[in-house]
Design a protein around this ligand. Structure first.
Ligand SMILES: Cc1cc2nc3c(=O)[nH]c(=O)nc-3n(C[C@H](O)[C@H](O)[C@H](O)COP(=O)(O)OP(=O)(O)OC[C@H]3O[C@@H](n4cnc5c(N)ncnc54)[C@H](O)[C@@H]3O)c2cc1C
Length: 398
């Protein structure tokens, strides 16, 4: 039997996240949108306490997805400021050995707030991750990294934090293609690694996004995640490239959950405003007698719900350690489309209320779009979905 009821302990976590979103995130949402690159320090301390009490645990299960949705209902940019290893942690989990997971993530919930980040994208390698040109060259018992990574979420925080780190994807053998791709943990403060530039963005402005340059950056040999071996015969890559894909399998449903939070914020706003104006949406009446407005609202709700079910399924599979590449990409594709449609329609329906900075609706439209871009664009996730459904290889369907 399918049961959508949360156990009481998990339900408590979700409602605590909702309360935090309402009381702590919403009131400062506009401020940090308008003061890009300012750190919400006080908030971070409070979030750290709650994270340690497991309310913000960024786990990979349906309840973590629901908590994420609630927090992003509050503010998606501030959600990304929650201290933790974030995408960097997911990469260590996906590609590291048991010992490395213990070594690099073991003490992350202790003491004071700490950050992690993951750097894959380069000026000429975004969707096509196999095109990365950052190099890692072995020199005795060290690796020497050279290259430039762009759009690194929370990269500044991770580099400023004495316990922070960045997982960097680099090639140890360009001629080997995907098989030569490996990931490396670079601790904050390592000479040769620096933040070059901070992005000014359309949305999620509370979250820092930076360019990081590696200039003869030396790290210990055992900071490579997984095996250093390059198997040229393995087209899909050894654990290096597969590790990158496994990272995305884990994090795409969480990005989908972020989109759901923003989408529901927009939907709630529209419905409350319509109610205030005395307009009631009539459910259960024949389609031919619905107004255009009612159809729009029902369409938006249907998109939201479909995306939510796909997201919960992908997360549930992850929590059961089942392969979920297809489901993760489907959830991310659907949520990316849903958030774009819901927020744009909401602005359209609300007219001036949707366009004015007096309300947060226009911000949600800006914030939401990122969920259709990072961790695989909508088009790329559609491609992954199509390959899996049709059983085509990467070479057969590009
Ligand atoms: C705010 C923000 C935060 C980010 N955070 C991180 C981070 O923490 N770490 C990190 O490594 N990266 C991060 N990124 C980078 C992000 O993952 C990339 O922007 C994304 O993967 C797309 O790559 P690109 O920008 O090079 O676009 P391109 O790959 O150049 O794509 C441009 C367009 O072409 C489409 N396209 C490309 N290839 C195909 C194809 N084969 N079929 C159909 N359509 C295609 C894409 O969908 C897109 O619409 C972030 C980006 C942003 C904007």
């Amino acid at each position: 039997m399918i049961d959508f009821e949360l156990e009481p302990e998990l339900a408590k976590g979700v409602s605590a996240a909702r309360q935090f979103a309402e009381e702590q995130l919403r009131p400062i949402s506009r401020y940090y949108d308008e003061h890009e690159h300012e750190n919400p320090d006080e908030l971070i301390d409070r979030m750290w306490e709650l994270r340690r009490e497991n309310i913000f645990s960024l786990g990979l299960d349906p309840a973590a997805g629901l908590r994420t949705e609630e927090l992003c209902w509050g503010d998606a940019g501030l959600y990304l400021c929650i201290p933790g290893p974030a995408l960097g942690g997911a990469a260590v989990f996906s590609s590291g050995t048991k010992e490395q997971i213990g070594k690099f993530l073991g003490n992350f919930n202790e003491g004071r707030p700490k950050w992690g980040a993951m750097a894959m994208t380069e000026p000429h390698a975004g969707s096509d991750t196999a095109a990365i040109s950052t190099t890692a060259v072995r020199d005795g018992d060290e690796w020497v990294l050279n290259g430039e990574k762009i759009f690194v979420t929370m990269g500044k925080r991770a580099l400023e934090d004495s316990d922070g780190f960045v997982v960097v994807w680099a090639t140890v053998d360009k001629s080997a293609g995907r098989a030569g791709m490996k990931s490396f943990v670079v601790p904050a403060g390592t000479p040769g690694m620096r933040v070059e530039k901070m992005e000014k963005k359309l949305g999620i402005r509370a979250s820092d996004t930076v360019t990081i340059v590696f200039d003869d950056c030396r790290i210990p040999f055992d900071h490579i995640l997984g095996s250093p071996e390059v198997k040229k015969t393995d087209k899909a890559g050894t654990k290096g490239f597969k590790g990158a894909m496994a990272t995305f399998d884990a994090t795409r449903p969480i990005v989908a959950a972020q989109a759901l939070g923003i989408g529901r914020a927009a939907l709630d706003f529209v419905k409350e405003e319509l109610e205030r104006q005395g307009i009631t949406i009539r459910y259960g009446v024949p389609r031919q007698s619905l107004t255009a407005l009612e159809r729009d609202i029902m369409d938006m709700e249907a998109s939201y719900k479909a995306a939510k079910l796909l997201t919960l399924r992908a997360l549930w599979m992850m929590s059961q350690l089942q392969p979920n590449s297809l489901e993760s990409s489907m959830a991310k594709t659907k949520a990316g489309l849903a958030i774009t449609k819901i927020t744009q329609k909401a602005v359209e329906i609300m007219g001036p209320l949707g366009y004015s900075r007096k309300y947060l609706l226009e911000k949600w439209m800006r914030d939401g779009k990122i969920n259709d871009i990072f961790e695989g664009t909508g088009q790329i996730n559609m491609l992954v979905t199509a390959r899996r459904v049709l059983n085509y290889s990467r070479e057969q369907l590009k």
